[in-house]
Ligand binder design. Sequence first.
Ligand SMILES: Cc1ncc(C[n+]2csc(CCOP(=O)(O)OP(=O)(O)O)c2C)c(N)n1
Length: 613
Amino acid sequence: MHLEHIDGPADIRCLDYDELQVLAREIRSFMVDAVEHNGGHLGSNLGAVELTLALHRVFESPRDVILWDTGHQAYVHKIVTGRRDGFKRLRKEGGLSGYPSRAESEHDVIENSHASTVLSYAHGIATARELLDVGDGHGDVVAVIGDGAMTGGMAFEGLNNLGHSGRNVTIVLNDNGRSYAPTVSKLSESLMRIRANPIYMRRQRKMEQMAGNAPLVGGVLGRGISATKAAIRDMWEPPPFFEDLGLRYLGPYDGHDVGTVERALRNAKEFDGPVVVHVLTQKGRGHAPAENDTVKLMHDTGTIKQGSYTAAFAETLIKLGEIHPKMVAITAAMPDSTGLLTFAERFPDRCFDVGIAEQHAVASAAGMAMEGLTPVVAVYSTFLTRAIDQVNLDVGLHGEHVVFCLDRAGITGDDGPSHHGVLDMVLCMKVPGMTVMAPSSYQELEVMLGYAVELCDGPVSIRWPKTQAVIVSEDLVGSGLSARKARTGDGRICLIGVGKMLQACLDAAEILAEEDIDVTVWDPRIVKPLDGEMLGDAASHDIVVSVEDGFREGGVGTAIQLALDDMDSDTHVEVLGVPIEYFRHAAPDVILERLGLDAVGVVSAVRRGLAKI
Ligand SMILES: Cc1ncc(C[n+]2csc(CCOP(=O)(O)OP(=O)(O)O)c2C)c(N)n1
């Protein structure tokens, strides 16, 4: 066993290549075990084992900065930087985060986990190090980015600026041909052609051997070898995209051969200016269930559960697709997790994976709508935030009919601060003319999606949580843009529960009923525009408690409060919602309970309200 002796990067530098192979196997089985117990990302990490070992042998983290785009592939990095024991509580509260975390280790520098940002960080860090003359000869800056993340607009912006500025950054393009699904990109196709060209690969290996045998790489000899390599490459390569942008390109290399990757990285280190080291890896490598998972190579362990909101969305979209030939669906590289796969199978010409490119997805949807299509953009709440400018101006300002379907809204829990969907509702409510819907049940989602596609004008967003949906009978489903009164009380207290929070209100009503406090409960359904009948009824009560799982400030409760003020109502309003903070990973229910966003919290708010009036 080598793994148990790895407590820091120095421990892998003294192993020989045979020992590293054994270690790689041990790491794979260790990660499979950890993810089986705790969930998390698997395929991407299984593919990055040898690459990570090579990186930590060549570069001296933390003096050299190793940056991971998105960060879902950083488990091996965590293991070799002394955090093996933390995997027992991977993604559990107080345990190891599923992404890099600055609180965990000095080896983790960035932790945003939204894709395609790493080249910008790298440019910034390299610029600062050069200007401030930090450290011993600055230290190197290395950015690891997947072929999927390379489809994002920010990655292209970063490449462009790195090439132009000539900053000293080693970019490792970890190319496994996949995002969740196969990566959609012509660049990726060109890179694939290199991979498929045996002559190129043979010559490349020969060049590698020459470089490996050379007593000194760098200086005149290094330049000579690299010039020869460039000449050979030019004969075989598709247009040298990177080099046209001002970056050197090295590769492709077998990303599962530690020695090869190591040599490539050492070569890259010798260059001044930005270098792309292209390594080919296999997602899910070494774990048969992952290798055989044709949908996403076990990118993560999540599946669409029967009875979930995602399942309701997937089912309803197909039904609507049959009736509306002009309805199309768009995903930013997540066809499986957003529930679009079945739609894509049924209507392959009407489903578009645009790459990890939310901004482009939204602006492109605006264009489609301008020409008469009805685009449904399926995206996680947290990733829509990236494209809010496009939602506001490209769709909103033009009044285009685009339906945004936001999964994983609210407190999502295990994936930590970057993945909570707490901004979408506040932001969407600020887009003029946008209708904002929050279903409280499986059936509500079906009805709302139908209404949004068939009857709404202009932009619409529908947001739902990851948790299982409540299943209700037909008489408990609303219609159109109306709110639904879920319970009639004695006229003193009115609870308004947005989406999933309706259940907390209904449960609170039961608790209060035992104390002879008979409350009214409303399901607003549509949070913008708010239903006048609901507002009128709320204004007739002494106390209103609104509950939402998005940011409290500027959200639905605030809008209700303002609406009642405008009506000159003296009803007291208690607004419950998420405070403006970053929440570390923990089970969603635990976070919600702590924030008072459960039945007990609602009851306390009622008591607070009663004490104030
Ligand atoms: C802005 C943004 N959109 C979507 C995602 C969800 N997501 C996480 S990883 C991933 C695929 C990444 O593919 P790639 O960069 O090639 O890495 P691999 O997992 O293949 O190693 C996606 C779409 C994200 N993290 N950020």
